[in-house]
Design a protein. Structure first.
Length: 278
């Protein structure tokens, strides 16, 4: 019950914070912009007389995957912002003293906050991703493959980043924690592109660099896996997908590695807060 109460309070706190409200507003604005842009771009293609219905699906596929790519980026940013200051602010303001003096363990505080943030991340993912898919389906009739599996991997990507920032907050200040989180994301992002380009040109060193970056933070590998679930035929062909193409598909073991990664980081967060002198 302590864990569930803290999770509930974390969700309520997130609803009251301006960061979550602004993220929701910006998310809705993104969906509006995506819908308007998709409509007018698709109108342009519809005016081309020699394009068949099947050929019309190609731009719809590409535009939809671009929308989901931006959604994945916004999800990572959201995951960092909602969790980066949670524990550091409570330590600095001494609010945590009133919590741990009650009959509650420190590990329950961490797990409760983690569960609350998971709910927020899943909700945000469903809002943006579901919005992009719905808009695309209504306007173009496009149906993606393996929607459930792809959304699970996108949620896991956000949960991974959130777990890192939550663990970092047990030792670092808010600013330092945010810097570390965004630097790790930048490392994973660049490593993912290096691996993609290296695989396209069969450069083994570049591919290995990308694999190492995925082991440090596996979120880019999760996105590649999710995107291939959504559109396996499109994204496996660089001539169609362009920069969104996945030239080297991550193995299924990367999913299990990420789950173990999250559990290990969460375990460190439990140990770190329990050992910290408050």
């Amino acid at each position: 019950m302590n864990i569930l109460n803290i999770a509930y309070l974390t969700i309520r706190e997130g609803q009251k914070r301006s960061i979550v409200r602004l993220a929701l507003i910006m998310g809705v604005l993104f969906l509006i912009l995506f819908g308007v842009g998709l409509h007018f771009i698709f109108v342009q293609f519809e005016q081309v007389e020699f394009m068949s219905a099947s050929e019309m699906q190609l731009p719809a596929n590409v535009l939809t995957m671009m929308g989901l790519y931006v959604t994945n980026f916004l999800l990572i940013i959201m995951a960092v912002l909602i969790s980066v200051a949670s524990i550091p602010q409570e330590i600095d303001s001494r609010v945590i003293d009133t919590i741990i003096t009650k009959p509650i363990n420190r590990w329950e505080v961490v797990v409760g906050k983690w569960l609350g943030f998971v709910v927020l991340i899943v909700g945000y993912t469903l809002l943006l991703s579901g919005g992009v898919m719905t808009i695309s389906y209504v306007r173009t009739g496009l149906e993606l493959f393996n929607i459930f599996g792809g959304l699970v991997l996108m949620c896991l990507s956000g949960i991974t980043v959130m777990t890192i920032t939550l663990a970092g907050g047990t030792r670092l200040s808010t600013l330092a924690n945010g810097v570390v989180a965004f630097m790790l994301y930048g490392l994973a992002f660049i490593g993912g592109w290096v691996e993609t380009i290296g695989a396209a040109f069969r450069n083994e060193i570049a591919v290995n660099i990308g694999i190492i970056s995925s082991l440090i933070l596996p979120i880019e590998a999760l996105w590649k896996k999710a995107s291939l679930m959504f559109q396996p035929r499109l994204l496996s062909n660089p001539s169609f997908a362009g920069p969104l193409a996945v030239t080297s598909e991550p193995s299924d073991m990367m999913i299990w590695y990420t789950i173990f990664y999250v559990v290990a980081i969460l375990g460190y967060a439990l140990w770190s807060l329990s050992r910290r002198d408050l």
